[in-house]
Design a binder for this molecule. Structure first.
Ligand code: ADP
Ligand code: MG
Length: 509
């Protein structure tokens, strides 16, 4: 006799349905075929013990289990439950009638209880897409599974719950659904930042057009303070982005689901000692890295020159493709990585180069060495370079009311709307910052006087060719903020201001 059950395996943040065939033959062997990894192979022992501790019979015959499709690697322990149910059904301890309507996942403990699984959200989404009536998940994953509507979610605490469900149509008790609450991102607000109007303006341009931004300034100038406020001026995630981001956190077990999708843009601030793998993803059992956890949000690298140069170098390709590709001998997978890069640094080791009041104590060689630590190609991908000078004491102690993050966010939202109309809506995540050459030529046409100004500035400030496209893109965003169809001279003039590091060209490699 042959029985089929259904489960799923993860590949990046998507999932594939796996069919598990269980066959009883003569003899007393146990075969598991179809590219299972070690954790899957060990399921035999867990299942045997779970059966024994729950008074179930493990058939003393030859059991062959095939997992299809055979060319996909099956990882982890989530197949314990569907394999166990297959064995119980083939040995007539479970009614097989409804087995094809439900997808099952869950690791078994030796006592038969089910353990938390990672990546449940993408699996439920896939089960729904493929028309399964429902999915059986460990009870610990119930809230996460319930994020997907219009599919039956059966939470099970023990293998016995699953038997009762299939044999007596008795559903296990479901924990009460928690009310959906949207938590504010933080209680940080731009209204706490006194002065710094030019820097705040750069933040708004960055948020509006999706431009990467680097802040350069002495210690205590407020760089970190402002950077932490960036996510609050970005518009909230739309439903597709929320599903994507929540799926990423689900496969990396980085979230406690409490009844809602992640709706806020992520803000990741990895420490500068971070390894390449932790930053871009990968590892023995591949996991998303920080740049994927920052997908649809912000990656903040504070004190940029402190990071290992190599770690920054490996970010280059993913930044270009907005995807991380992980290849192994027998499989490859992708994690999305479309994030805004926000970086902060001192201009030199002592921090006071070009400071209006304090004297810099670094030699030109020291400055050069310091700046050489940041990767040139990474800087190439940053549109806005902004110098941050500390605010004066009078300004700091002033009680002048500053603009709130909410007000800025409203303006950002409307500029993003302009870009949605401009770019093909079918393509995801389009904004001024990721325009290609053709789009730049189409949407950033300059009048004669603007062109002249740009040429003059490029020559005077000794700007490199790479600055040219950056300035055009930023000018496009500034024109959008000004509700102008065409880029005007004043937009170009402002965009030229945000090239602080180009002016330090003499120090850069
Ligand atoms: N413009 C400002 N308005 C209000 N407080 C400020 C401002 N600039 C700096 N501060 C104060 O100084 C502290 C240090 O700033 P921080 O962001 O750590 O500087 P940096 O990262 O540039 O070294 C902040 O936490 C804040 O209390
Ligand atoms: Mg700081």
């Amino acid at each position: 006799m042959l029985v089929k059950t259904y489960s799923s395996t993860l590949c990046g943040i998507t999932s594939t349905t796996i069919t598990i065939e269980v066959n009883l033959g003569s003899g007393i062997n146990f075969y598991l075929v179809g590219l299972p990894d070690n954790a899957v192979k060990e399921s035999h022992q867990r299942i045997k013990s779970a059966f024994k501790n729950n008074g179930l019979k493990f058939p003393g015959r030859e059991i062959t289990i095939n997992m299809a499709p055979a060319d996909i690697k099956k990882e982890g322990t989530v197949f314990d439950l569907p394999i166990a149910v297959g064995i119980l059904s083939v040995s007539k301890q479970i009614n097989h009638e409804n087995l094809n309507k439900y997808l099952m996942i869950g690791e078994l403990s030796l006592d038969g209880s089910l353990q938390y699984c990672k990546g449940v959200l993408p699996r439920v989404l896939q089960a729904k897409k493929e028309g399964f009536q429902g999915i059986i998940v460990p009870q610990q994953n119930y809230y996460e599974a319930c994020l997907v509507e219009n599919i039956e979610i059966i939470p099970a605490t023990n293998i016995k719950d699953v038997i009762h469900f299939f044999n007596q149509n008795k559903k296990p008790e479901t924990p009460p659904i928690q009310p959906k609450t949207i938590k504010p991102h933080s209680n940080l607000d731009f209204k706490d930042v006194q002065g710094q109007y030019q820097v705040k303006r750069a933040f708004e341009i960055s948020a509006a057009g999706g431009h990467n931004l680097i802040l350069i300034g002495p210690p205590g100038a407020g760089k970190s303070m402002m950077a932490k406020r960036m996510p609050d001026i970005l518009p909230p995630l739309n439903i597709n982005e929320a599903l994507e981001t929540t799926s990423l956190y689900s496969v990396s077990q980085k979230v406690n689901f409490e009844g809602d999708l992640i709706r806020q843009r992520p803000f990741r601030k990895p420490h500068h000692t971070i390894s390449d793998v932790a930053l871009v993803g990968g590892g023995g059992i591949p996991k998303p890295g920080e740049i994927s956890l920052a997908h649809n949000g912000v990656l903040f690298l504070d004190e940029l020159p402190e990071y290992k140069r190599n770690a920054l170098e490996v970010m280059r390709q993913p930044m270009e493709d907005q995807i991380v590709n992980i290849s192994r001998a027998n499989f490859s997978m992708e994690y999305p990585a479309n994030f805004m890069l926000l970086a902060a640094m001192n201009p030199c080791p002592c921090g006071y180069l070009n400071h209006p009041k304090k004297k810099c104590s670094c030699s030109s060689y020291q400055v050069q060495k310091y700046l050489a630590k940041i990767s040139g190609p990474l800087l190439d991908r940053i549109d806005l370079h902004v110098e941050v000078a500390p605010v004066s004491f009078t300004e700091l102690s002033s009680e002048k009311l500053q603009e709130s993050s909410k007000t800025i966010r409203e303006r950002v939202r409307s500029v993003r709307e302009t870009q949605n109309i401009r770019f093909d809506k079918k393509k995801k995540n389009r904004n001024n910052a990721n325009m290609n050459k053709v789009e730049i030529n189409t949407f950033c046409k300059l009048s004669k006087d603007s062109l002249e100004l740009l040429e003059l500035a490029m020559n005077r400030l000794n700007l490199s060719a790479r600055a040219y496209d950056r300035i055009l893109k930023v000018a496009r965003t500034i024109a959008d903020m000004d509700s102008k169809k065409d880029i005007q001279q004043n937009h170009i003039a402002e965009a030229i201001q945000y090239r602080a590091l180009d002016k330090m060209n003499q120090y850069l490699a």
